[in-house]
Structure formats: C-alpha cells, structure tokens
Ligand binder design. Sequence first.
Ligand code: AR6
Length: 170
Amino acid sequence: MTTTLTLVQGDITRQSADAIVNAANSSLLGGGGVDGAIHRRGGPAILEECRRLRASRYGKGLPTGQAVATTAGDLDARWVIHTVGPVFSATEDHSALLASCYRESLRVADELGARTVAFPAVSTGVYRWPMDDAARIALETVRAAVTAVEEVTFVLFDDRAHAAFAARLR
Ligand code: AR6
C-alpha cells in the first residue's frame, strides 16, 4: 500500500493524527522547540511516561536515530513517538542517523497500529541541520519505507521549512 505524503505549515501540537512525532533528545525529559511545545500542550502524563522509560528500558537515554512511544496526553493523538535526531556536523556525515529517525518512527507506528503520523522537521532547529538537506532525507526515507501507515503529514513551522519540503516533494 502506498503512503500519502502531505505538507502542512503550522504548530505540530495543533495537529490531529494517530501519532505525533517529537524531535526529542536522549534524556527524554524535555527541552525546547517541538519537544517543549509537545510537553507543554500534552501535559504531565507524557513526561511521567518518559520518566518511566528512563527508569526501565532506557536507563542511559534513547540513542540517536531510535524511537519510542508514549501516551499523547492532552494532544489530539493517541501516541507521541519520541525520536532523537543527530546534531548536524559539517565534518561528519550523520545522514544515516537522521534517516533512521524517520524509519524507526514509522516502525514504532506500525507496531502501535497507527495509520496517520505527523512529523516535524527533525534536527532542523536546535540541532542545526540545513533545511533543504533535511527535507531531502525526510522525504526520501518516508517514500522508501515499507509501512502500513496510510498518511504521513510533515508539519513545518515556518514558510522557509514549508517551501523546502514543497520543492523536494515535487
Ligand atoms: N511545531 C512544528 N515545528 C516546530 C515547532 C512546533 N510547535 N516548534 C519548532 N518547530 P527543534 P531539533 C520546528 O529544535 O533540531 C529540543 O530542545 C523548528 O523550527 O524542535 O531536532 C530537544 O529537547 C525546526 O524546524 O528540534 C532537543 O534537545 C524543527 O521544528 C533538541 O531541541 C525542529 O527543531 C532537538 O533539536
């Protein structure tokens, strides 16, 4: 089955989907950007579950490129899938890890039975990945993924991000 790719400009915490992906960090304990917004709007239930994950499976934190699900709290979704993007480096190529974030998030979505998934542009904020290259990796990876997810929506925060993804989607 083919997955429909859709682009939306806006705030991912206002999106309705089975699963909303969070651009988290390894600690799973919150931060700025998308992560801060998700915990603010999603409420304390998400952080509680993240703390439990840190106390059990992910004592050392969630490794870069991997993904794990929690409740979505008060968000209009059933789950938040937390993934940790790589920090951009001009000297080392971490593209495979960024691709892994999308692939692993979809794998977790499949395990959950999620049919609609909303992604932010992972690593393009605090982690400084150039938007155009991040859009290429995101779209190529999701297009190539073998998944039962029916619709992937990229929720891009501003004009520039939306334009970069739109140019790559054509
Ligand atoms: N909805 C959609 N996109 C957003 C939103 C939002 N509400 N807020 C920001 N963006 P970032 P990263 C865009 O920094 O680069 C956190 O502190 C933003 O403009 O959220 O993967 C974590 O805890 C950018 O294009 O994630 C980690 O420590 C994109 O989302 C670290 O930042 C990703 O920006 C992760 O950095």
